[in-house]
Write a protein that binds this ligand. Structure first.
Ligand SMILES: NC(=O)c1ccc[n+]([C@@H]2O[C@H](COP(=O)([O-])OP(=O)(O)OC[C@H]3O[C@@H](n4cnc5c(N)ncnc54)[C@H](O)[C@@H]3O)[C@@H](O)[C@H]2O)c1
Length: 266
């Protein structure tokens, strides 16, 4: 599906980003994985033992000057890219009254501003070939969120708006832009948290109508589709990947009783 495509991904060293590297390489892509975490380079070396398919570049994407250096590096070494995944972000949750403006700036710089200038830098490159795709990783927190997640939810909702407008600006240059909004993903970090918190395994397993959480590969496969030519008609969309969790008003099974008059309860 991604044969010989050059895909640039931010936050490719851990979690969902690392899972995407795995899936994209298995589908024939060459991946440029960008991450601030230098230790991640070691994890990606296995791909190059098999064949030269991943280039790790240490970049802090919240710095616009480092993004410019990355662009120069890619232009010199590869000349073009076929796809960009804006995936790197940090979670932020704190009491609403405790959150500071410094935190707001720091989270928005990484989670939203970087999506803007990464997209601006690399869509220019893709538009020179009149072909390319951008996938912006958002979250179901754009629609249904939690107390204390104001800054994170604002960034993720910002991504959805940014994506729609970019889809309109870039469509005529041959570049498609879509949002990918996952629900909970069982990354190593999340699994560790679930396993160390009593009761969380049961609670999370009951959140969705499928009684399952997303695996990293579940979400990475959808990103691969959006980057591929099979998705050539999809532009400006927000693809929700959450096992159906966000369309459910509440989980009836958690009540254990029939909550609506005349409803058929099984
Ligand atoms: N895990 C979930 O349940 C979940 C659910 C919905 C959406 N998401 C979204 O998926 C994406 C990936 O999340 P994850 O759970 O894999 O996160 P993660 O924390 O496991 O990985 C994020 C990666 O981004 C890198 N990174 C952080 N700051 C950076 C910077 N300044 N420059 C470059 N790289 C940087 C980190 O080093 C890390 O490798 C995020 O956009 C997140 O909001 C995650």
């Amino acid at each position: 599906m991604l044969n010989k495509k050059i895909i640039l991904i931010t936050g490719g060293g851990n979690g969902l980003g690392l899972g995407m590297v795995d899936v994209f390489v298995s589908l024939g892509a060459f991946v440029i994985a960008v991450d601030i975490d230098e230790k991640a380079a070691a994890k990606l070396q296995k791909y190059n033992r098999l064949k030269q398919s991943v280039d790790f570049v240490r970049v802090d994407i919240s710095s616009s000057s480092e993004v410019l250096q990355l662009k120069n590096y890619i232009v010199d070494k590869y000349h073009y890219i076929d796809g960009l995944v804006n995936n790197a972000a940090k979670m932020h949750s704190a009491g609403f009254f405790d959150s500071t403006l410094e935190e707001f700036d720091s989270v928005i710089n990484l989670n939203l501003k970087s999506v803007f200038y990464m997209s601006q830098a690399f869509s220019k490159l893709m538009s020179e070939n009149r072909k390319g795709a951008i996938v912006n990783v958002s979250s179901t927190h754009t629609k249904a969120t939690l107390p204390g997640h104001e800054i994170y939810a604002a960034c993720k909702a910002g991504i959805a708006g940014l994506t729609r407008s970019m889809a309109l600006s870039l469509g005529k240059h041959g570049v498609r832009v879509n949002t990918l909004s996952p629900g909970l993903i069982e990354t190593d970090k999340i699994v560790k948290h679930i396993n160390s918190t009593p009761g969380l395994t049961k609670a999370y397993s009951q959140m969705s109508p499928t009684n399952q959480n997303n695996s990293v590969a579940d979400v990475a496969n959808v990103a691969a589709f959006l980057l591929s030519d099979n998705a050539r008609a999809i532009n400006g969309a927000d693809i929700v990947v959450d096992q159906g969790e966000s369309v459910q008003a509440y989980n009836i099974e958690q009540f254990g009783i029939c909550v609506r008059e005349n409803a058929r309860c099984e």
